[in-house]
Design a protein around this ligand. Sequence first.
Ligand SMILES: Nc1ncnc2c1ncn2[C@@H]1O[C@H](COP(=O)(O)OP(=O)(O)OP(=O)(O)O)[C@@H](O)[C@H]1O
Length: 352
Amino acid sequence: MTEVSIEKLTKTFGSARAVDGISVRIANGEFISLLGPSGCGKTTTLKMIAGFEDVSGGAIRFDGQDVVNVPAEKRDIGMVFQNYALFPHMTVEQNLAFGLEMRKVAKPEMRSRISRVLEMVQLTGYAERYPRQLSGGQQQRVALGRALVIEPKILLLDEPLANLDAKLREEMRVFIRDLQRRVGITTVYVTHDQAEAMTMSDRVVVMFGGRIAQIGVPADIYERPENLDVAQFVGQVNLVKGTVREGGSDGRCAVETTFGVIEVHSARMHAPGTAVTLTLRPEAIELGAPGKGAKGTVLSSYYSGSLIDYRIELEGGDIIHTQAFPHNRFADKERVGVYAPADRFWLLGAAA
Ligand SMILES: Nc1ncnc2c1ncn2[C@@H]1O[C@H](COP(=O)(O)OP(=O)(O)OP(=O)(O)O)[C@@H](O)[C@H]1O
């Protein structure tokens, strides 16, 4: 079990800063995701932790020991990539044995570790197969097994599910998460898929342009986003304009909106009359007969199986998205009441 501490980590390529002074402390056994759009510096960060990329500035510590000058093969890392990177001419067993042979692990120990890992990744009975005789999900499980069989201190995964189809991806999320919990290994997972990051992680690190925008448990990131970029990146969000009525010194702030006066949390004081923006997730909204909540008109709807997505124009012109269960259907142009509980509104910048 290893704690990973990253401090003011920077990577420059020429004049471009791919990673720009990020700091995060990853606890023993924690599963953390680096989440962000393409090019935000996730993979570069992972490669620096692995030792595949030199550091331009800052520190990386494993249990307090700076590893910046320790070569990759001495860092005791297990790594899984998007493209599996299995050796095609080797059987599953030979793929798993490779790292152990490099480390000169004795034969009996090797056999027992391989059989243990095959069981862990649910591939007992597949030892003699070649990668081409396996499905994508099975190949990825071999890759996972190969990373774990060396009993590394830290597991690093770079978009490991990107090549799998949607259904398998969902199954593998749960599989990897359960396995990680059982093994208890400190894990850093790179993804640009917000659902993946949220379902799997203890904490999520959201990155934009080489910097950390927010670190938090999934519910914090989703329900209490630090800024608009985070709010929009981790799912659909409605922006509700408001005017501060009372700034409040007790961490509360009363905001006047189309939904009425909403009391929200705010660590900062706001002068009355200040224009602010609240976020409201589509699934937090209830539609009903006019009377409760804001007044709105259905603009359009589309059916997606378990839910119906509605676009609603509120009185005053704002347009919002909602998601509702199909048992209550509303027609286009129908007048509706648009309600959301006060605790589902979140004031952007509230934590500043
Ligand atoms: N070897 C390199 N030389 C020059 N620029 C690089 C190099 N590697 C990465 N970059 C740049 O650094 C930035 C961060 O890249 P990185 O691969 O870390 O992003 P990412 O968030 O992992 O993106 P993706 O999800 O597309 O893999 C990008 O602008 C990229 O073009």
